[in-house]
Ligand binder design. Structure first.
Ligand SMILES: NC(=O)c1ccc[n+]([C@@H]2O[C@H](COP(=O)([O-])OP(=O)(O)OC[C@H]3O[C@@H](n4cnc5c(N)ncnc54)[C@H](OP(=O)(O)O)[C@@H]3O)[C@@H](O)[C@H]2O)c1
Length: 247
């Protein structure tokens, strides 16, 4: 049996799939969450061909009951969870541009709720549901997929490269997720569990788009590194490729 059990939400494509490839290790079982079972099975086939010990769990982070289903799956099969990568996320058309969906002043309430449901509320609910299993791990690691767009310090600095990259709804959902990272890491400070926020880079995925500056092959590195931090690694931080980002 594998020593370490990892769960990556939204692992059927994009950064989640890429991160699963990087967790390849004979001692690590990588379970990818996929909303669509057949897409998940296809991804697992590719991961196994690449040498990853992979399985799929049909999982929608916004579906009532799916967090409990995930708990029951890991509890009954392994009795613990070592790595949780909260990767599933949506932009839902809120990236920088013109129109109310990009605006703070005109943010459509329904879109605000939808993006926060996936990128924040459901992430907290899943993590809190799985936390008793992560506490059973000798070295639990929680990675929250944030974004540099969640940095209030950089958004407030006219000299920062993202100053004009304002997409209020998406950005605020990642800022909220960063708050969860800081607060949860504080609460877990006397345990072996490490909780960190990751900015993967601007990566060529369906979400990042073809104009993104980073290749997909590079995009999983930050998540994989934070998922496999040594015992003396950081907790409660916000990182891109090993470099801290300002909150
Ligand atoms: N790409 C970038 O440049 C970039 C930069 C910074 C941060 N990020 C963050 O990195 C994470 C992954 O992004 P990506 O670029 O790989 O995005 P992506 O290519 O759009 O893939 C998103 C993944 O999340 C899954 N997902 C969406 N809603 C879900 C739900 N309700 N339940 C379960 N899974 C769900 C998708 O599943 P389906 O296939 O079923 O839709 C897919 O597997 C996101 O949190 C994103 O905000 C990305």
């Amino acid at each position: 049996m594998a020593d370490k059990i990892a769960f990556i939400t939204g692992g059927n494509r994009g950064l989640g799939f890429q991160t699963a490839l990087l967790l390849k290790d004979p001692g690590t079982k990588v379970v990818i969450g996929s909303r669509d079972r057949s897409q998940g099975e296809e991804a697992v086939k590719k991961l196994r061909e690449a040498g990853v010990d992979a399985d799929v769990l049909q999982f929608d982070i916004t579906k009532p009951g799916d967090a409990q289903t995930a708990y029951d799956y890991f509890n009954s099969k392994y009795g613990k969870l070592d790595i949780l990568i909260n990767n599933a996320g949506i932009a839902a058309g809120t990236f920088p541009g013109t129109g109310p969906e990009h605006s703070a002043a005109e943010a459509p309430a329904e879109l605000l709720h939808k993006v926060f449901e996936t990128n924040f509320f459901a992430q907290v609910a899943l993590t809190n549901t799985l936390l008793p299993l992560i506490r059973e791990s000798p070295a639990g690691r929680i990675v929250n997929l944030s974004s540099i767009l969640g940095s209030l310090t950089l958004h407030a600095d006219p000299k920062s490269p993202i100053y004009h990259a304002k997409s209020f709804i998406y950005d605020a959902s990642k800022t909220a997720l960063n708050a969860y990272t800081v607060h949860l890491a504080y609460e877990l400070r006397d345990t072996p569990i490490k909780v960190n926020s990751a900015h993967p880079g601007w990566v060529k995925t369906d979400m990042g788009g073809p104009q993104a500056t980073m290749e997909l092959s590079e995009g999983g590195k930050t998540s994989a590194a934070l998922a496999t931090l040594p015992a003396d690694g950081p907790s409660g931080g916000y990182f891109h490729l090993g470099q801290p980002l300002p909150w």
